[in-house]
Design a protein around this ligand. Structure first.
Ligand SMILES: [Zn+2]
Length: 124
């Protein structure tokens, strides 16, 4: 990939990283607020569910942040945008929609089909 395109995707990834970090900080602030605004046990149960939900989101965010960092590392060593399965270029349309991807659309489709087969097989 050309250097200008790499720079474009570096910007895009850094932007996503900033957004995710801001989101994560907001969640942390909400969770460490020591006050209990819901003395009613029913409301408290709802609050716990909300927190579990937030923790799941944060787990997903953490994974996404890790993926973005990997993508940024690939930009640095200029392997970004190359399918790790077949070595072909990944289309820019796909990279714009999902800049953390490491597979071209063909390999991704194949991987998903294999995944489905595996699930079917494990169900017996
Ligand atoms: Zn491929």
């Amino acid at each position: 990939m050309k250097k200008e395109r790499l720079a474009f995707f570096r910007e895009l990834l850094n932007e996503r990283l900033r957004e995710l970090r801001e989101e994560a900080e907001k969640t942390v602030t909400g969770m460490t607020d020591g006050k209990d605004p819901f003395p009613d046990p029913t409301d408290r149960a709802n609050l716990e569910t909300d927190r579990n939900f937030e923790l799941r989101i944060r787990d997903r965010e953490r994974k996404l942040i890790a993926k973005i960092k990997e993508a940024l590392a690939r930009i640095e060593d200029e392997t970004f945008g190359i399918c790790e399965e077949c070595g072909e270029d990944i289309s820019e349309e796909r990279l714009k929609a999902r800049p953390v991807t490491t597979l071209c659309i063909d390999c991704k489709t194949k991987a998903e089909a294999e995944e489905k087969e595996k699930k079917k097989a494990s169900l017996g």
